[in-house]
Design a protein around this ligand. Structure first.
Ligand SMILES: NC(=O)c1ccc[n+]([C@@H]2O[C@H](COP(=O)([O-])OP(=O)(O)OC[C@H]3O[C@@H](n4cnc5c(N)ncnc54)[C@H](O)[C@@H]3O)[C@@H](O)[C@H]2O)c1
Length: 263
């Protein structure tokens, strides 16, 4: 039973591992024993996460990838499989957000969000799914968002991308289940990362504490557990889905959100 969460000998790829939630997922999977390929469009940040994991006694390697580029995502998965022999976990986490009312959303803004958040996840699923199908084992974890349930004002491009992520997850879970591959999504509630910090941080890095409290306080007060999430909270959700503990779980959306929404 104690070994159900042990990832020793497993190979994981985490996209968007340079910052925020992806970094938290990479740390937790590495602490559970996995070799983690930390992939990010920000190669320096991917390197920093990988070094930090190694310094803590874990196994990690950095990789540069723009998930909106199908060829780059396939190269990442191919290189990981050839270097480490297999791909057991693929966490398609990289994502961006654009905060604009529906009536003002430009076609370029829509295309950019869908390219990273929706196509990026689909490319990751296709590349990892093919390797996992031939291994007859694997766990794909796609990062959705509570925005897929709640459709917040000004986040239409983001929330349709996340609704799409959930549908990719469900479809692929049906297609790859018979081959022993599980596919699930995580829909976190609010977590303080660069995505939230831009709401209360000036260009020179100064934080407006009143604005920060207003922004984060709303979600905290709505949560029965009375706090917002941490990157580690989401990392633990990913660890569960990656591990043998979740061997009968596929096509599901896990919501680490302190109870903010209960659809
Ligand atoms: N922070 C939250 O409150 C929250 C809540 C729910 C879901 N999410 C989701 O979690 C994921 C991570 O968000 P975060 O809050 O950690 O944001 P973040 O901005 O801190 O981190 C995103 C990471 O993705 C990388 N990235 C961006 N575009 C990329 C691309 N094209 N290719 C590869 N890497 C790319 C960035 O360099 C960065 O390291 C996103 O999918 C986001 O939608 C975040």
């Amino acid at each position: 039973m104690g070994r159900a969460f042990d990832l020793t000998g497993r190979v994981a790829i985490v996209t968007g591992a340079g910052h925020g939630i992806g970094q938290g997922v990479a740390r937790v999977l590495a602490a559970a024993g996995a070799v983690v390929v930390c992939a990010d469009v920000d190669a320096g940040a991917a390197g920093a996460t990988s070094e930090e994991i190694a310094a803590a006694g874990g196994s990690a390697a950095p990789a540069a990838v723009d998930v909106s580029r199908r060829d780059q995502v396939h190269d990442l998965v191919r290189a990981t499989a050839s270097e480490h022999g297999r791909v057991d976990v693929m966490c398609n986490n990289a994502g961006i957000i654009i905060d604009v009312p529906v009536l003002d959303l430009s076609e370029e803004q829509l295309d950019r969000v869908l390219a990273v958040n929706l196509k990026g996840v689909l490319f990751g699923c296709q590349a990892a799914g093919a390797v996992m199908r031939s291994q007859r084992a694997g766990s794909i974890i796609n990062m959705a968002s509570g925005a897929f349930d709640t459709a917040p004002a000004r986040l239409v491009a983001y929330s349709i991308s996340k609704a799409g992520v959930v549908q990719i997850t469900r479809t692929l879970a049906k297609e790859l289940g018979p081959d022993g591959v599980r596919v699930n999504a995580i829909a976190p509630g609010l977590v303080e990362t660069d995505i939230t910090r831009r709401h209360y941080t000036a260009e020179d890095g100064t934080v407006d504490e009143d604005k920060r409290e207003r922004f984060l306080g709303r979600s905290r007060d709505l949560a029965p557990l009375r706090r917002i999430g941490t990157t580690e909270d989401v990392g633990h959700a990913a660890l569960y889905l990656a591990s043998e503990a979740a061997r009968f779980v596929t096509g599901q959306v896990l919501r680490p959100n302190g109870g903010v929404s209960m659809p």
